[in-house]
Design a protein around this ligand. Structure first.
Ligand SMILES: [Zn+2]
Ligand SMILES: [Zn+2]
Length: 373
């Protein structure tokens, strides 16, 4: 897993643009409008967007206790989204604060339902029992999550948006500018669009993995730090909807994993080699295990053999000479020379730009290949 530095200028910009657009969307969704919209000619604010509550309010006739309670439940959810500062926290909070925010929101919704719904809805004494039963059902974690999923509507509203729209996953991916998968650093995840005469069309982009899976944490489906640019293998086949826990697993927007984790070669019988992962803490080991890094990198033995051959054929003096020669042809930085010789990025912050950079750097270090000065 490759660290994404939240303080990098393009990441801050990506977060701001994401926040500005999604705030307009969420406020529209709860029947409000973003009075402080910062987007010129904002299509989201201008368009009629089907409100979240409308799907239920279409029902005609005398309202039953069940309908009254459902309405009130929707209203409470809407009020929560509209609460001062809530959207800011929901979209911008760091991963640890997101986990707490989700817990608090669900508790608040549950408590408000019990404390207010019976007193505010003219429910007859005979209906109280039914209403209480209904509240119990609606405020089960599964039912709250179902409502939140309807409200956030990630799949329809964000995931499938075309790059020609005002804001889409292509905009987010382009700004984040991660060239390889955050989790495996093996596959390219560049964002490519096609610019025609009239519109921008999609070509390819990274998938967005929800670190807190959206199936279990729908409230966090559009939160910036929960959208991890990744390859389809990691997003769909490996991580999927596995419930991650910040006490057990590292998160790519926190740097600990990368400081603590590495790849190594283990020699096994019959002159064979095996790639293993090495990391200090249990949390690092558990994260590597969850992301199946050892399994994935067992497919890269040929690359290890190339590095071993390179180590055998290039003496330290030869590499130094090559570096000096390259530097003479064109003034190159140390990392550029490193990239030309070994086909990897040497700086941690650049690992994401070239596949296998973290892996190859660890192996090169282990093989004692000189560091170019
Ligand atoms: Zn707007
Ligand atoms: Zn991946």
């Amino acid at each position: 897993m490759i660290y994404i530095d939240p303080e990098q200028a393009n990441i801050i910009e990506a977060r701001t643009i994401h926040y500005n657009n999604i705030k307009c969307y969420l406020l529209k969704k709860v029947g409000s409008i973003n009075k402080n919209c910062k987007i010129p000619n904002c299509k989201i604010c201008a368009n009629t967007l089907r409100g979240y509550k409308k799907t239920i309010s279409k029902k005609k006739g005398k309202k039953t206790v069940k309908t009254k309670v459902t309405f009130y439940f929707n209203k409470i959810i809407e009020d929560k989204i509209k609460e001062k500062g809530f959207i800011d926290k929901l979209l911008n909070s760091d991963p640890a604060s997101l986990a707490l925010l989700e817990k608090k929101t669900i508790d608040d919704l549950k408590n408000t339902m019990y404390s207010q719904v019976l007193s505010n809805n003219n429910i007859s004494p005979s209906g109280i029992c039914l209403a209480t039963f209904r509240i119990g059902k609606l405020t089960s974690i599964d039912d709250i999550n179902k409502e939140l999923e309807k409200l956030i509507n990630y799949e329809t509203w964000f995931k499938n948006k075309e790059p020609s729209y005002q804001y889409s996953p292509y905009h987010l991916a382009k700004k984040l500018d991660r060239r390889t998968c955050t989790y495996c650093n093996r596959l390219f995840t560049s964002t490519i669009t096609e610019h025609g005469d009239k519109k921008v069309s999609k070509v390819t982009r990274p998938q967005f993995d929800h670190w807190f899976p959206k199936s279990k944490h729908p409230l966090l489906a559009l939160s910036f730090y929960n959208l991890i640019p990744s390859c389809s293998v990691c997003n769909s086949n490996i991580k999927g909807s596995i419930d991650m826990d910040l006490d057990i697993h590292h998160h790519p927007y926190y740097s600990e994993f990368c400081n603590d984790f590495g790849f190594s070669i283990k020699h096994i019988p019959k002159n064979m080699i095996k790639v293993i992962t090495v990391g200090g803490t249990q949390k690092t080991k558990d994260t590597a295990k969850q992301l199946k890094l050892e399994e994935l990198y067992s497919a890269h033995i040929p690359e290890v053999k190339d590095l071993i051959n390179l180590r055998k054929s290039y003496s330290d003096i030869y590499i130094k000479c090559l570096a000096t020669y390259l530097n003479k042809i064109k003034k190159l930085s140390e990392s550029e020379i490193h990239r030309i010789i070994f086909n990897v990025e040497s700086k941690k912050e650049d690992y994401h730009k070239v596949p296998l950079s973290k892996f190859k750097n660890d192996i090169l270090k282990e093989l004692g290949v000189i560091e170019i000065k």
